[in-house]
Design a protein around this ligand. Structure first.
Ligand SMILES: Cc1ncc(COP(=O)(O)O)c(C=O)c1O
Length: 250
């Protein structure tokens, strides 16, 4: 992560504790912004602005804004207006936006409080903002696809990052160890079916089959997991083929 010792990163409170842990590891500074418990854990833009002001007064260089949407541990989904304000703040203050969107398939009230991705919101902003705010969005298979943390599958998508920075990211990723095969297979709906519509069909196929399996008394061993995933893919591929005309780019 491109934070140097002493750099500041805005983080929500309450938070997922690996944020403060990672910042401590990097000797960077957490800049807390507080979510409003009395209003369903909403994010008040004034609280975010106040956190920026406090950090500037303390002489902390603010480099990034981390946001968890849907929230953990709050479960809240941000409304689009609040998301636009976050993107605008990142533009105004030249902040890298780190959008932790790993809970996007775990929504309490889909009708009234749906999940909307930061990439979608960014794309709908003015051209200047849409093409300059740097966004990194995270997703993991451990929450909504197969629900299995141990498979260690996930990915991030970077938008508007400088080509030189991307080169360094690829270099760093290439020297890392990769997740086990089953983890790689499980996140491949997103890699092989890069439209939201198609990848949702694939992951819902996986969901359906995991749900069926859960009812059986026969535990699914790691050995036959890959074989099962291949079956799910065949099914999903048939379904996506049927709908291929309607696929909408993300
Ligand atoms: C908000 C949030 N982000 C990221 C993660 C990391 O997910 P994983 O390491 O299981 O892929 C978690 C896990 O609980 C989380 O709650």
């Amino acid at each position: 992560m491109a934070l140097r010792p002493g750099d500041g990163c805005l983080i929500p409170i309450p938070q997922y504790p690996l944020y403060t842990a990672t910042l401590a590891y990097l000797s960077a500074k957490p800049i807390p912004y507080y979510l409003n418990e009395n209003d369903h854990w909403s994010l008040a833009h004034s609280d975010l602005v106040a956190a920026v002001k406090r950090a500037k007064e303390a002489g902390t260089p603010i480099k990034a804004l981390a946001i968890i949407n849907p929230g953990n541990p709050t479960g809240a989904c941000l409304p689009v207006e609040a998301m636009k304000q976050v993107v605008q703040l990142c533009y105004d203050e030249s902040l890298l936006l780190l959008a932790d969107e790993v809970y996007q398939a775990n929504i309490f009230d889909k009708e009234n409080k749906p999940f909307v991705s930061f990439k979608k919101v960014l794309r709908e902003m003015d051209k200047e903002v849409a093409e300059s705010v740097e966004l990194v969005s995270f997703h993991s298979i451990s929450k909504g696809v197969s629900g299995e943390c141990g498979r260690r599958g996930g990915y991030f998508e970077a938008v508007n990052l400088d080509a030189g920075v991307m080169e360094q990211i690829y270099k760093m990723a290439s020297v890392n160890l990769c997740p086990p095969i089953t983890g790689q297979v499980s996140y491949s709906p997103f890699a092989f079916f890069p439209s939201f519509f198609a990848s949702s069909l694939v992951s819902s196929s996986i969901h359906d089959h995991v749900a069926c399996h859960d009812k059986s008394s026969n535990p699914l061993s790691i050995d036959n997991y890959s074989a099962r995933v291949r079956e799910w893919y065949t099914l999903a591929a048939n379904r996506t083929h049927l709908y291929s005309e309607a696929v909408v780019p993300r």
